[in-house]
Ligand binder design. Structure first.
Ligand code: GLU
Length: 478
């Protein structure tokens, strides 16, 4: 193995980037950064029917969002056909692969027969031993075929996995496997192994669903005379209920989390903890800390847990850490989506607003909900709050008086308002609580908000008075 650390993330662009793949990308990235090595991005788009440009773009966007910058690539396997063709020719000439002319029906029959006989392998055909000239003749006739790798009889392929330890595959449990089609176009196992060799990949870090592929790829690499990289198979991902992660648990596609208002910082932190830990207690990790501490030794071979609650908690934490300007910048798309423009507003006023709720939100998406009543006059009144606090005997008079008191306050500040309301409450021997809730509903549409005087100050006198009048008119009993 070469000394330089060179790892790759090699997704197939056939759909949205799953969390499991994002975790694979992250672990490769961290491993490269930790060792001062290279992180390569390779798009495995040889399956032309299922690969799409849109999915490729989605992968690039997801990596960009998470800040996983690659050093080399993206390389597209669809542009590297010659390399695979040369490899298959060599393997063919040296007898490691042969042409298999079996029809899909014949293969299906073999599979069924093996299933009935409860055999581990199914493939057996005359083509395994067909002399080359006869095989050439059939190919010239135009018969369709695939190139199959000749798995050695007897013995085993084994490797020392960086996470799972020694892994052994007995050859008599493996069928001769397909590597390329008649036209020389590669099948996953071939292009993946050839590229790992060509890109001088030192460590292959990927999900454990690839274990069987690894045995086969080691055979291919050895047959081609290439060094075998260090393999490291990451555990599958489970939910908190110990069931394999699925849509039932929550979002499973990486960019869905961005769209749901999660910060990349929280997502990175969370993904790092899916199967890796530094110790039993540390939960918070910045990008730099992850790079500093990450090691394959600390990857758990049993399983990784994706805890949605913890992600929400982490997100709240990172939201609270953001400078207000940055919080505003990042939440802008969510406001736009809600039809609210942040551009052109007084920056200081805006920072103050966000400061009112920064401690209370757990996703960026909650911000427009929490702040919309400051930013638009099209209030949404909660029916429950309206019924409880506005549609009651005496509230109209109380709100009218509230309006008068507020209207008379010269310095419309928290202190100024506090003082005016204190005097009123004392003079009339009423409880402030009686005033605060109806006022809150009138001003915000709901009975939960930051401190009422803060709300009033940020709304400004004019708007407060207008909303009080509007609420009396619309909801209060006369
Ligand atoms: N294209 C394969 C996948 O997405 C790559 C596996 C690997 O990392 O080698 O599963």
């Amino acid at each position: 193995m070469c000394d330089e650390v060179r790892v790759r993330f090699a997704p197939s662009p056939t759909g949205d980037l799953h969390l499991g793949n994002a975790r694979t990308a992250l672990f490769n990235y961290l491993f490269a950064r930790h060792h001062g090595g290279k992180f390569i991005l390779r798009i495995e788009d040889t399956d032309t029917e299922r690969s799409t440009d849109e999915a490729t773009q989605g992968i690039l966007d997801a990596l960009g969002w998470l800040g996983l910058e690659w050093d080399e690539g993206p390389f597209f396997q669809s542009e590297r056909g010659d390399l695979y063709r040369t490899a298959i020719e060599r393997l063919h000439n040296e007898g490691h692969v042969y042409r298999c002319f079996c029809s899909p029906e014949e293969l299906e029959q073999m599979r069924n027969a093996a299933r009935e006989a409860k055999q581990a392998t199914y493939y057996q055909s005359e083509y395994q031993e067909l002399p080359r000239d006869k095989s050439d003749a059939l190919a010239e006739e135009g018969r369709k075929f695939v190139y199959r790798f000749r798995v050695p009889k007897g013995g085993a392929t084994e490797w020392d996995d960086a996470i799972r330890g020694k892994v052994v595959f007995q050859h008599d449990t493996l069928d001769d496997f397909a590597l390329a089609r008649s036209d020389g176009s590669p099948i996953f196992l071939l292009s993946n192994a050839v590229d790992d060799a060509d890109m001088r990949v030192s460590h292959v870090i990927r999900g454990e669903d690839h274990l069987t592929n690894t045995a086969k790829q080691i055979m291919i690499l050895r047959a081609l005379g290439h060094p075998v990289p260090q393999f490291a198979h990451l555990p599958m991902i489970f939910g908190m209920d110990n069931k394999k992660l699925s849509k039932r648990h929550g979002a499973t596609f990486t960019l869905q989390f961005r769209d749901d208002g999660y910060l990349a910082e929280a997502m990175l932190n969370q993904l790092a903890l899916v199967g890796w830990s530094l110790d039993d207690k540390t939960v918070l990790f910045s990008h730099e800390e992850l790079t500093q501490h990450f090691s394959l030794e600390r990857v758990n071979k049993a399983k990784g847990i994706f805890d949605y609650e913890r992600l929400l908690w982490l997100n709240g934490h990172y939201i609270r850490e953001l400078p207000l300007e940055e919080l505003i910048r990042r939440s802008e798309p969510f406001f736009q989506f809600a039809g609210i423009e942040l551009a052109g507003r007084d920056p200081e006023w805006l920072r103050g607003l966000f400061g009112l709720v920064q401690e209370r939100v757990r996703t960026l998406k909650e911000l427009p909900e929490k702040l919309s009543y400051f930013l638009t006059d099209a209030l949404e009144y909660e029916e429950k709050s309206v019924n409880k606090f506005l549609k009651k005997e005496g509230v109209a008079a109380l709100l009218r008086k509230t309006g008068e008191v507020a209207g008379a306050v010269e310095a419309f500040t928290i202190e100024g308002l506090e003082e005016a309301f204190r005097q009123w409450v004392e003079a009339e021997a009423i409880k402030f609580g009686q005033i605060a809730q109806p006022l809150r509903v009138a001003l915000t549409g709901s009975d939960a908000s930051p401190g009422i005087f803060e709300v009033m100050v940020y709304l400004g006198k004019e708007r407060c008075l207008r909303r009080i009048d509007a609420a009396i008119e619309r909801f209060c009993l006369v």
